[in-house]
Design a protein around this ligand. Structure first.
Ligand code: UD1
Length: 419
């Protein structure tokens, strides 16, 4: 398994280019099932999760061509003739579940193996299934699988108990070819949902309000192919913004949508980081004295849970007491014990972490426990005294394109050891 080695202490400078959003591309690849035609994704991020979901679609006979040089993905779903994706692949990637909505919509059936728990929590899919049920699908769970069948889907009003990103996306996709109107209330408002709605509409769907708390889907008979360029990855951008702050550096982050970054900009600004927006770029100046802050993760437009670990790393070396409360996932503090190995002073009490900032973390071998935790440990390593070795980097490769190369481009002393 590869390791990332970071020799801490370098100041960063220059600019970094942000890739397209993983969390946009995964549902968009799943949504291409709906079209039964050729879809093209431009400027796609070449990530492990993207390769796995592509393999999931291939396992039901979709034809997918990934051009790693031009970052283009060409998907032809006209020949899908199987409704049970390979369970080994499904187990590798939770987001495989995003094919449920498109499959029930286009074929009226699917069988998929149930997800297990994952490192950050149990992550049930009850809201997805309730939504399919409300549209008229017969859903059964048993023997480790979910099976759904529907002669015809009929639009309905669906209130989500919690604004789940995946459930909103899955129900939206299921409703696209249902008869009549579907209204999803208390929908998740993440920008990636708006992006998915744009892609669906460019295939000929009629989705109104994607990215707001009420999504209306007017069923259409069929869809065509589409070409789409996904939005920038706000979490990758946020991770590099924290890289500037933790190394007390000034860098330019290119490829951002300021609107999507508001909660991250607000919190870093509160700490004393100076951020200037210029079109689709940000200058992030972390050279000043930073203050401790409190953060509570919330559904968008609240502070993203996917930035919680990176902020914990940063706050670990900011003098004073900070409190982070994680409200989205019940077990998303695994990185705290790795950061403690680097000298961080963090106490976990239920869903809150109390962080007493210290002068400087110290490098050692640490393990990525999940995708964002791994990125956060790299950030800690950039600032720490000595050498940090981050293991289990496959988690990081799921969601960051060439993270070590991008950081090298900013002047970090970081490299990968391949095994
Ligand atoms: C998506 C993102 C992930 C991000 C998360 C929250 C993708 C591919 N992944 O994950 O990076 O961390 O949003 O912003 O876009 N829940 C239920 N029942 C359900 C569904 C969800 O109880 O049927 C709960 C989950 O256990 C969790 C919370 O709702 O506690 C949020 O989950 P959700 O918004 O669904 O996250 P994902 O779509 O899995």
């Amino acid at each position: 398994m590869d390791k990332i080695i970071v020799k801490g202490g370098n100041t960063l400078n220059g600019e970094v280019k942000i890739s397209s959003a993983k969390n946009s591309v995964l549902p968009i690849i799943a949504a291409s099932i709906l079209s039964g035609n050729k879809c093209i994704i431009d400027n796609a991020p070449m990530l492990e999760d993207v390769f796995v979901i592509s393999d999931v679609l291939r396992s039901v006979s979709a034809d997918i061509d990934i051009d790693k040089t031009s970052n283009k993905i060409i998907i032809d779903t006209s020949d899908i003739c199987d409704y049970e994706p390979c369970s080994e692949l499904v187990k590798k990637l939770r987001a495989s579940f995003l094919i449920m909505g498109p499959m029930i919509s286009r074929f009226g059936k699917f069988i998929i193996s149930l997800p297990g728990g994952c490192n950050i929590g149990t992550r049930p899919i009850d809201l997805h299934l309730k939504g399919f049920n409300a549209l008229g699908a017969e859903v059964s769970v048993g023997y480790g699988y979910v099976e759904a069948k529907a002669k015809k889907l009929i639009g309905n009003k669906i209130y989500l108990d919690f604004p789940s990103v995946g459930a909103t996306e899955n129900i939206m996709m299921a409703a696209v070819m249902a008869e009549g109107e579907t209204i999803i209330e208390n929908a998740a408002e993440e920008p990636e949902i708006e992006d998915l709605a744009k892609f669906l509409n460019s295939m000929g769907a009629n989705v109104i309000g994607g990215g707001t708390d009420t999504v209306r889907v007017l069923g259409v008979k069929n869809l065509k192919g589409a070409v789409h360029k996904p939005i920038y990855d706000r979490i990758e951008a946020g991770t590099f913004m924290v890289a500037a702050a933790i190394t007390k550096s000034k860098i330019k982050v290119c490829g951002v949508n300021e609107e999507h970054l508001k909660p991250i900009i607000a919190k870093l600004t509160e700490m004393g980081v100076v951020i200037e927006v210029e079109g689709e770029s940000l200058t992030v100046d972390g050279t000043g004295i930073l203050k401790p802050i409190d953060i509570k993760t919330m559904p968008y437009p609240g502070f993203p849970t996917d930035m919680q670990a990176q902020m914990m790393g940063l706050l670990s070396s900011v003098k004073g007491t900070s409190v982070i409360t994680e409200t989205i996932f019940e077990n998303r503090f695994m990185h705290a014990s790795e950061m403690k190995r680097m000298g961080a002073n963090i106490k976990i009490d239920g869903r809150s972490a109390v962080i007493e900032g210290i002068d400087r973390l110290t490098g050692c071998e640490v393990k990525s426990t999940d995708l964002r935790a791994g990125a956060a440990l790299i950030l800690c390593g950039l600032a720490a005294a000595g050498t940090t070795e981050v293991t289990d980097v496959y988690h990081i490769d799921r969601g960051y394109v060439n993270i070590e190369k991008k950081l090298q481009g900013l002047g970090a002393n970081i490299y990968r050891e391949c095994y």
